[in-house]
Design a protein around this ligand. Sequence first.
Ligand SMILES: Cc1cc2nc3c(=O)[nH]c(=O)nc-3n(C[C@H](O)[C@H](O)[C@H](O)COP(=O)(O)OP(=O)(O)OC[C@H]3O[C@@H](n4cnc5c(N)ncnc54)[C@H](O)[C@@H]3O)c2cc1C
Length: 417
Amino acid sequence: MITRKKDLRGGYPLWAKATGSSVRVRRVLKYVTCDIAVVGGGVSGALTALALVDAGFDVVVIDRRMPGCGSTAASTAMIQFELDTPLTELIDKIGRAKAVRAYKRSLQSVKHLKALIEKHDIQAEWADREALYLAGDELGWRGLQHEASLRKTAGLPSRFLDAQTLRRRFGIDRTGAILSKGAAEVNPAQLTAGALKAAQAEGGARIYGECEVTHIDCGDDGVTLSVGAHASITAQKVVLATGYETVPGLPSNLFEITSSWAIATEPIAPSEFWPTKCLIWEAADPYLYMRATADNRILAGGEDSGLNDPERRDAAIATKSAKLLKAIETLLPGRELKIAYAWAGAFATSPTGLPIIQEIDEMPGCLAILGCGGNGITFSMIASEIATKWATGKTDKDADLFERAGKPADGKRKRPY
Ligand SMILES: Cc1cc2nc3c(=O)[nH]c(=O)nc-3n(C[C@H](O)[C@H](O)[C@H](O)COP(=O)(O)OP(=O)(O)OC[C@H]3O[C@@H](n4cnc5c(N)ncnc54)[C@H](O)[C@@H]3O)c2cc1C
């Protein structure tokens, strides 16, 4: 088995039954050949498949579940260039030049994702937003002010707001914040389905659902994926977009599978939202983040923990969702909020907050994608671009940033991954 099947999420995610999130799939697979096979039909596999089709490749996508029904369905889908690791900290870890490059690539990929959605007319409730990063116990106002000035020097669209301005503009009582342009919100289920449908329609991508890759055989003439004992896909190259069901050969000391929780409230009146419906998140541990949805709910998440046990993760949904609701009410008092959806999901973290996008030494011809941290979807977009260059035999200019998750420059790790 190339990836162990896991219980990726529990509870009731908001998107599980989103309209426009189903894709027509093939279920019977015998012997298939193609240029590039993509294992995994979550947001990473879907964006990669579409980018490959756009580049002229004959693509097959295969998923052991229905596409979009893995971790993608649990995402809160805040789209940001700002990484979980502040620029200040990332500079300490991988050096200034690389850290600035990672932030800039992330900013560019959010723009590219929007352009892709527009190009293929994907209906995914995309809305441009600003993002408000609040001071908390991990970074106070001085830290945020320094972070904002570093970002400004790097040409990133962020600026510091002092406590007074923050209170006046957003009614939020914190010692400071960073306000950034270039963020967005999206419906991840519709984005994934829309990208796969576009790949099917425009390049004739073949998409197999509820078919599991059990074995990989890498030879000089290409890669063969066994699908059980009596079916296979032979491709020149393979992209392993298997999410948190990770493939062997990834540097397991450079990522950790953890848990995260989320809630969506019942819809509220549009007038009850905070100004501009910006994304809100905080420099705190445990942290809270939140956004609006197209149907006027507050979607919030956080309370992350190192727990990697689905039963205990799901048992904690009631407690964690009560804490998330309380945190929203403390930050934005005066609203009557009711939880409509509460769920939990597996999550991945890395020492740098960067994703892992790299060839697997033991599997020549295979590129693996693991989106670590809270920017998984931005990283899916970056991965789709890197994979497309790789498929054409070229190397993306930023590929080095994501090999071995941007291994810290001094080779040391601050946390025991
Ligand atoms: C609670 C939560 C909140 C989040 N919030 C955000 C956010 O606000 N913003 C953001 O950008 N990111 C967020 N993320 C992260 C983001 O959702 C993920 O990074 C992203 O959805 C991962 O997509 P994926 O396609 O890599 O994985 P998946 O969606 O899990 O897709 C991988 C697919 O591979 C398939 N697969 C695995 N092995 C095999 C096999 N052997 N054969 C066939 N198929 C196989 C699986 O069935 C699965 O469908 C959040 C995640 C969680 C859990």
